[in-house]
Write a protein that binds this ligand. Structure first.
Ligand SMILES: Cc1cc2nc3c(=O)[nH]c(=O)nc-3n(C[C@H](O)[C@H](O)[C@H](O)COP(=O)(O)OP(=O)(O)OC[C@H]3O[C@@H](n4cnc5c(N)ncnc54)[C@H](O)[C@@H]3O)c2cc1C
Ligand code: FES
Length: 323
């Protein structure tokens, strides 16, 4: 099949054999947001005037596909595809309002953007490092909080997480976003919501749980936070307080080893499925380490949850692991 063309901002680009829209735009020197290049992170989401190739809309929410949104890294059109612009969101300056170290390797940063930054709790943004690199971090706050809350785990030798941990109050940085479609949609206020994440996977889940409560969700919400050992779990008192104030919310702490009376012990997927009970009509949100999210997704699917009701944000590293 012969490769197609793309038309963007008055420019026509002939795609080469096997080339994606993302690659074609980059070859033409256009600045396009991208991340995983594997159809997972949705950072390369663009909108077309014409219907995009179906493969480039796989996994997107119906509200997006109906508006011809598609993933540029998955699109290999065979005819002409006219785009509604190629640019993602512009960078926004922000200031560190506070930084708290919640465990030995997790810091909570609250950033106040200099200008309006619209997002849905649970989406993520990119932090732009002064050296030119960027990394994604999920947003734990609600727009009504007035700040952007991030939970950042310091990765040993990690360029951006290490830098963020050392920032002082009032430091300036640039962020860009929002990205991702792992957020609450109030389409059924009785639906069971199952929120499961390990480590800083808690960040988007806190945002999603608070957002659902604020939107008047009445069905049960189970939030299961996992960690290796009890001292790796954080914000426990805040979460327990939120659960006491909201009868429909149950918060569960889960560890792989060394559980005390406050935690469940065992593999996160098995504990979450046991605690959630019947999954008919439920929707799951899974966030955190890529391998854990993959395992959770698989286990929930095998337990009967349709893949369309499993929303996930795997925290994939932007660099391959060191050998
Ligand atoms: C959609 C999305 C949302 C994310 N949300 C969050 C969040 O809310 N909080 C958060 O802390 N992180 C989050 N991440 C991960 C984050 O974007 C960075 O990948 C992470 O902070 C490491 O960046 P770094 O620059 O410090 O390390 P790098 O300089 O990129 O990596 C240094 C070395 O560490 C390895 N490495 C990178 N990440 C890991 C890891 N997780 N475990 C083990 N080794 C690793 C790399 O392979 C490399 O060898 C998210 C990622 C994605 C894709
Ligand atoms: S870069 Fe296309 S989905 Fe991640």
């Amino acid at each position: 099949m012969s490769p197609g063309q793309i038309e963007v901002e008055g420019q026509r680009i002939e795609l080469e054999q096997g080339e994606t829209v993302l690659q074609g735009l980059e070859r033409a020197g256009l600045d396009v947001a991208s991340g995983c290049r594997a159809g997972t992170c949705t950072k390369c989401l663009l909108q077309a005037q014409d219907a995009p190739p179906p493969a480039s809309q796989r996994g997107l929410r119906p509200t997006l596909t109906a508006q011809n949104f598609f993933l540029a890294c998955q699109a290999r059109p065979t005819g002409l595809l006219r785009l509604r612009g190629s640019r993602g969101p512009e960078p926004v300056r922000a200031r560190v309002a506070s930084i708290d170290h919640l465990t030995e390797d997790v810091a909570r940063l609250r950033l106040t953007p200099d200008e309006r930054f619209d997002y849905r709790p649970g989406q993520y943004l990119d932090v732009l490092h002064p050296g030119g690199e960027s990394r994604s971090y999920s947003i734990a706050s609600l727009p009504s909080d007035g700040w952007l809350e991030l939970h950042v785990r310091r990765i040993p030798g990690g360029q951006v997480s290490g830098w963020l941990h050392e920032l002082a109050v009032d430091a300036e940085l640039a962020v860009r976003g929002p990205f991702g479609q792992c957020f609450h949609v109030a389409d059924d206020d009785q639906r069971k919501l199952l929120l499961v994440g390990a480590g800083t996977g808690l960040a988007p889940l806190v945002g999603i749980a608070r957002d659902a409560l604020e939107q008047g969700h009445r069905g049960p919400i189970d939030l299961v936070h996992g960690g290796l050992e009890p001292n790796r779990l954080y914000l426990r008192d805040d979460l327990d307080r939120l659960a006491r104030e909201s009868p429909q919310l149950r918060v569960h702490h889960c560890v792989l080893r060394g559980a005390t009376a406050r935690e469940h012990e065992g593999p996160l997927d098995q504990v979450a499925i046991r605690l959630a009970g019947a999954l008919a009509g439920a929707r799951a949100f899974l966030c955190g380490d890529g391998e854990i999210v993959h395992l959770l997704r698989r286990s929930l699917f095998l337990a009967g949850l349709p893949s369309g009701e499993i929303l996930a944000d795997p925290f994939l590293p932007s660099k391959p692991a060191l050998a």
